[in-house]
Design a protein around this ligand. Structure first.
Ligand SMILES: *Cc1c(COP(=O)(O)O)cnc(C)c1O
Length: 372
């Protein structure tokens, strides 16, 4: 196991002659171990000579990783983002970076790639997507985005938090940057907040390294160790999350108290064919571990449902071994403006489930008692 190097500074042999490490904001052996691991999982092929951590960078939170990506841009640049985004990303773009960095944002439904083509201007320097999105689980065709926007001087970045490198590899399809809230599936145990950026491009790695070291939103050595430990079981956990979520989504879809189920593994999902193409484990299509559903009876009924659940814990966040459930309109997406929530369909009866790795029959029994 890589030791946890808590040292903030490292002894030098002669002024300016260090032994590979100077100061922990710049580099730390435990953080390197994590960064190199995720970089390889995401498919970066950079060598140690090209970039010391193979193009992987660990941040103190997912939001710090998103914010640092925007720090690669210049004031006046235009960003195209998916319309359905993690609530915190929406808030950072609209309420902070628009003002503090002078960036301009367009929020587009990128399930329609014609809309993407039409939104690109001379000033567009970044396309920011999530797939599957949070909470509507919309899918973006990664290859389609690459075929429209590649080689036009636009950075292509994908928040890969929901799919993880166990299911999908945006870099291999031509994306420039992959971002993670490692708080979720990568860490996997709801005991650490962290973020990751990975690039497979040497020049871009140098630019990210410069921002990372300049602004300093780094992950601590202890937290790096925790995420690395979580990643050891990522493949096993994702298989279980996906198989249980598929069973639960199918069960919910046939339940009388449920108006609609949104799950990429179900043929009823609007982008089912894209899911089949780009989300796979061992070349078998999977739908991921997240399910969104609409409970009949609106907010009052969905609140009762959430309060009655016993194995599913009522809490924000996702991707841990324990199942979680939440109400996006009141909880994670309260920061998204009401009109935007309405446009997206973030309904008052909408509930988001993060299916954990508990016994699947126990989870279904829990849902059943809470719905009845
Ligand atoms: C949680 C999350 C984030 C933000 O990450 P933090 O670690 O909470 O800062 C960004 N994107 C997605 C998809 C998320 O689920």
């Amino acid at each position: 196991m890589p030791p946890i190097f808590l040292s903030s500074t490292y002894v030098q042999e002669s002024p300016g002659v260090h032994k590979g490490f100077e100061y922990t904001r710049s580099h730390n052996p435990t953080r390197y171990a994590l960064e190199r691991c995720i970089a390889r999982l995401e498919g970066s092929t950079l060598t140690k000579e090209q970039d010391a951590s193979f193009g992987g960078f660990a941040f103190s939170s997912g939001m710090a990783a998103v914010s640092s990506t925007l720090d690669l841009l210049d004031s006046g640049d235009h960003v195209i983002a998916m319309d359905d985004l993690y609530g915190g990303t929406n808030r950072l773009f609209n309420k902070v970076k628009r003002r503090s960095s002078g960036l301009d944002f367009s929020f587009i439904d990128l399930t329609n790639l014609e809309a993407l083509e039409q939104s690109i201007t001379d000033k567009t320097k970044l396309i920011w997507i999530e797939t599957p999105t949070n909470p509507m689980l919309k899918l973006v065709d990664l290859e389609g985005v690459v075929s429209i926007a590649k080689n036009r001087g636009i950075l292509l970045a994908c928040d890969n938090t929901f799919a993880t490198p166990a299911l999908q590899h945006p870099l291999e399809l031509g994306f420039d940057i992959v971002m993670h809230s490692a708080t979720k599936y990568l860490g996997g145990h709801s005991d650490v907040v962290s973020g990751i950026l990975v690039t497979g491009n040497e020049t871009l790695a140098e630019r990210i390294r410069f921002v990372h070291n300049s602004a300093g939103p780094i992950l601590s050595p202890f937290d790096s160790y925790l995420v690395l430990r979580g990643v050891k079981t990522l493949s096993l956990r994702m298989r279980r999350h996906c198989s249980s979520a598929m069973k639960i989504a199918t069960w919910l879809e046939s339940h009388d108290e449920i108006e609609r189920v949104i799950y990429p593994g179900l043929p009823s999902h609007p982008q089912y064919t894209i899911a089949q193409k780009q989300m796979r484990i061992d070349d078998v299509p999977v739908g991921g571990g997240m399910i969104t559903c609409i409970v009949k009876g609106g907010e009052d009924r969905s609140k009762v449902f959430l309060e009655k659940l016993q194995i599913f814990s009522l809490a924000e966040s996702l991707g841990g071994v324990e199942s979680l459930v939440e109400h996006p309109a009141i909880m994670t997406h309260a920061s998204v403006p009401t009109e935007m929530r309405d446009d997206l369909g973030i309904d008052d009866g909408l509930v988001r489930l993060s299916v954990g790795i508990e016994d699947c029959d126990d989870l279904i029994k829990d849902l059943e008692q809470a719905l009845n």
